[in-house]
Write a protein that binds this ligand. Structure first.
Ligand code: FAD
Ligand code: NAP
Length: 310
């Protein structure tokens, strides 16, 4: 039986593993369905991680984390968890997608969040064939071409700036005339000659053929259409909470969540279930920053250690 199962290998999960193993827990497994690193690895630039003065990609920032976090014995199981439940004897069961089950004395949920879809006509049909949620991954395919970035938050504006270094032009489409993104980023976008702002506009549909996307039709607030012949559309319209592994047979969640599905924790990352902790973007009131997720992970790791030892 595991002392601790950590679900998710982003900044929160990795840091939780570092603190729990370095604190002396012996049998700790981090279940991460992909390579460790989390959603920041899809970001082209990060400039606000304390102690890292150089601006670098999310991939570069996270590159050394797994090695450091695994130095003290944390193991990585590259598997997707389908459910976490707790038996009457107080032991947690971790069910994997293939049907395998593992037992653990304590669990830290660090499953973070994933990009939302905007739900316009053709989005699903052309996803991966012109529609993307990752500029770092796919921006290069649109070198010297025109693209659209959709959204008005930090992700949309930062990734529009990144795309402007690669693409000939970026149309930044936002449904309102003011942005959620931080003012410093908004200023950079407004001063970038390669970015054209298309405000108070929504996407009616995208269109294309078997070879991929050929264009996008936008609607302004007077319902006037504008057709842009772009082959790439980058969607940055927010994130979904990855909480499905907490769903039980009767449809309820294993622990208390808020209306948006974020896990309710106290300042020690304790959930409403003893021995179950949550850290990072998944929890209520998360500031959704790498440094905050790592801080949460450290707290949760220390608390899991305390729980298992006592
Ligand atoms: P995540 O990073 O989301 O990691 C969760 C991990 O859990 C993922 O690796 C996922 O594969 C895994 N997982 C999920 N479900 C399962 C399952 N069932 N089984 C196994 N594994 C699972 N923050 C900053 O501080 N500065 C920035 O400049 C910045 N830029 C960003 C740019 C973009 C484009 C995005 C999308 C985010 C950015 N953020 C930034 C936010 C930051 O990335 C997040 O706050 C942070 O990554 C949250 O960490 P986390 O560990 O809680 O979750
Ligand atoms: P976000 O802040 O939730 O912004 C989503 C944007 O998409 C909003 O502007 C929203 O418009 C728009 N939108 C939502 N649904 C839409 C739809 N169906 N069609 C068109 N537009 C739609 O999401 P995010 O930018 O991904 O950021 C997520 C979190 O990560 C935030 O807390 C953010 O601060 C953080 N983050 C931080 C950094 C950084 O620190 N540098 C970088 C990236 C992300 P409205 O504004 O009208 O609602």
């Amino acid at each position: 039986m595991l002392d601790l199962a950590i679900i998710g290998g982003g900044p929160a999960g990795l840091t939780a593993g570092l603190y729990a193993t370095r604190g002396g827990l012996k049998n700790v497994v981090m279940f991460e369905k992909g390579f460790p690193g989390g959603q920041i690895t899809s970001s082209s630039e990060i400039e606000n991680y304390p102690g890292v003065a150089n601006i670098m990609s999310g991939m570069d920032l996270m590159a050394s984390w797994p090695e450091q976090c695994m130095r003290f014995g944390l193991k990585h199981n590259m598997a997707e968890v389908s459910r976490v439940s707790k038996r009457e004897d107080g032991i947690f069961e971790i069910a994997l997608l293939g049907g395998e089950k593992t037992e653990a004395k304590s669990v830290i949920i660090c499953t973070g969040s994933s990009p939302k879809r905007a739900n316009f006509e053709g989005e699903n049909e052309f996803f991966g064939k012109g529609i993307s949620t990752c500029a770092t991954c796919d921006g290069f395919f649109y070198r010297n071409k025109e693209v659209v970035a959709l959204g008005g938050g930090d992700s949309a504006l930062e990734e529009a700036l990144y795309l402007s270094h690669i693409c000939s032009k970026v149309y930044l489409v936002h449904r309102r005339d003011s942005f959620r993104a931080s003012p410093v980023t908004v200023e950079k976008v407004k001063n970038n000659p390669k970015i054209e702002l298309i405000l108070n506009s929504t996407v009616k549909q995208v269109y294309g053929d078997a070879s991929g996307l050929n264009g996008i039709i936008l609607l302004d607030k007077d319902k006037k259409e504008r057709d842009l012949a772009v082959t790439g559309v980058f969607v940055f319209v927010g994130m979904n909470v990855n909480n499905s592994i907490l769903r039980q047979d009767d449809g309820s969640f294993l622990c208390e969540t808020n209306e948006a599905g974020n896990v309710i924790v106290n300042l020690k990352m304790h959930t409403s279930v003893s021995g179950l902790f949550a850290a990072g973007d998944i929890r209520i009131d998360s500031s959704k920053q790498v440094v905050c997720a790592a801080g949460d992970g450290a707290t949760a790791g220390i608390e899991a250690l305390e729980y298992v030892n006592h």
